[in-house]
Design a protein around this ligand. Structure first.
Ligand code: NAD
Length: 418
């Protein structure tokens, strides 16, 4: 996020924009624009060569009015206090829009994991977990994976916490491996909520998914699963891309075959069934019915948005449109369904993982997928009700209005402890 607008200021602007449609006092609104608590750490960790590495690490607990703080931990060079504060705020509104009983948090370490051995990363992670121990717990603050962290890191955090606390408490983190208390369906959940949001959006807009042309930017965890599931609904996934470029096939790809090719060669480009190869930017402006940005933030800016020809955009990535792009697409009547709903499958199935951990009773993949569908469809309906009832400019603002209202209601009902 470096070099872009300050993400924390963007978050505060989004809250202000949505608040214009809500009856919320200025004091209460101000609470929703600042984290309750930010922990900043300076970790000292023994490295393999005998030296000591120092790493800045953060955990922001933004708002706990609706439940324990919830959100991922990212390992990335340049992770900053403001970035983590903003991401923790977005988690508050993501959890609220899908109505799961969590607040929002986020953490990160300023580290490039590619530069360290697995043993060093384990020591870095366990050092962070030890420092986090007084703050985290299944009823207080529940970390999860984010950029460059996954099941391995979550298993280490869980083990460190459980060892120091002399307990078994798998619900202290989510996104664990199945053997360590993870949930069926967790890995696919983000792509699945993207598909469900697209399906509901097409239905609402009176568009046919069968035979619709779809372009998916980014063929990683979120993108390739969304592509599989949209193809299963009868859509033609005519274009996909990754960091090496884009491919196009006018009759649509066999999306699983493309993934096989990517697994073998490291990229989607060069796939045999493609008509032609294109740049990443070309893909974003193809004449398709649905565009799914599933790569990184700020993929579409205001200039590029003028050339987007998709009728509908469903955001699998976090923040793939800049605020300028959002304004342009709203003006051009392109229907954009926001990240806080479309990629909320990950945190929703994290919630299911936590419920299973607490009950020590594990669900089938079918049950996980059914419960996820219920949650996303219900959130979509709430968003549409808000969009139709208030004269909001787009579906993103509707999502924030729904989410902020839920947080404000919880705060007002709880009362204030002076
Ligand atoms: P990933 O690393 O598995 O995949 C990212 C993909 O994007 C890769 O295929 C990469 O090659 C591609 N890519 C990078 N730069 C690109 C570019 N300029 N053009 C085209 N493709 C490019 O990551 P992911 O887990 O799939 O996450 C993708 C997005 O979804 C991120 O914004 C992430 O925050 C968001 N998200 C993911 C989850 C999840 O559960 N995985 C949950 C919520 C949100």
């Amino acid at each position: 996020m470096s070099g872009e607008a300050n993400p924390f200021e963007s978050l505060q602007e989004q809250v202000d924009d949505a608040a214009a449609y809500l009856d919320v006092s200025g004091d209460v609104l101000e609470r929703l624009k600042h984290p309750e608590r930010v922990l900043e750490l300076n970790l000292s960790v023994d490295l393999d060569d005998g030296s000591v590495g120092r790493f800045r690490a953060f955990r922001s607990e933004f708002n706990g009015d609706r439940g324990p703080y919830k959100g991922g931990i990212r390992y990335h060079p340049g992770v900053s206090r403001d970035e983590v504060k903003a991401l923790s705020g977005w988690m508050v509104y993501k959890c609220a829009v899908v109505d799961i009983p969590y607040g929002g948090g986020k953490g990160g370490i300023d580290v490039d994991p590619a530069e360290y051995s697995a043993a060093e990363l384990e020591r870095i992670t366990r050092s962070f977990a030890e420092e986090l121990r007084p703050f985290i717990g299944e009823d207080t603050d529940i970390p999860a994976p984010d950029v460059n962290t996954g099941q391995r890191e979550m298993n280490w955090i869980k083990d460190t916490y459980e060892t120091l606390e002399n307990t078994t408490e798998p619900g202290v983190v989510t996104g664990k491996s199945l053997e360590s208390g993870g949930s069926e369906g967790r890995v696919e959940a983000t792509g699945r909520s993207t598909m469900l949001t697209a399906r509901e959006a097409f239905d609402y807009l009176g568009k046919e998914m069968e035979g619709a042309d779809v372009a998916v930017q980014g063929y990683g965890n979120a993108g390739h699963i969304a592509a599989y599931l949209l193809e299963d609904l009868g859509a033609d996934v005519v274009a996909v891309s990754d960091s090496s470029g884009a491919i196009y096939h006018e009759h649509g790809f066999d999306t699983r075959d493309v993934k096989e090719h990517k697994n073998e060669t490291g990229s989607v480009t060069g796939y045999g069934g493609a008509d032609e190869q294109f740049s990443n930017e070309d893909l974003l402006t193809f004449d398709v019915d649905l565009l799914v940005p599933a790569a990184l933030e700020n993929a579409v800016d205001g200039d590029l948005a003028r050339d987007v020809r998709a009728d509908v955009v469903v955001e699998a990535a976090n923040g793939p449109l800049t605020p300028d792009a959002d304004d342009v697409l709203t003006e051009r009547d392109v229907a954009v369904f926001p990240d806080i709903l479309a990629n909320a499958g990950g945190v929703t199935v994290s919630y299911f993982e936590w419920v299973q951990n607490r009950q020590r009773f594990y669900w089938s993949e079918e049950r996980v997928n059914d419960e996820l569908e219920t949650q996303i469809v219900s959130a979509f309906e709430d968003l549409i009700d808000c969009y139709e009832a208030l004269d909001v400019p787009n579906f993103r603002t509707a999502a924030y209005v729904v989410a902020i209202q839920r947080v404000v209601d919880a705060y007002m009902d709880n009362g204030n402890w002076p």
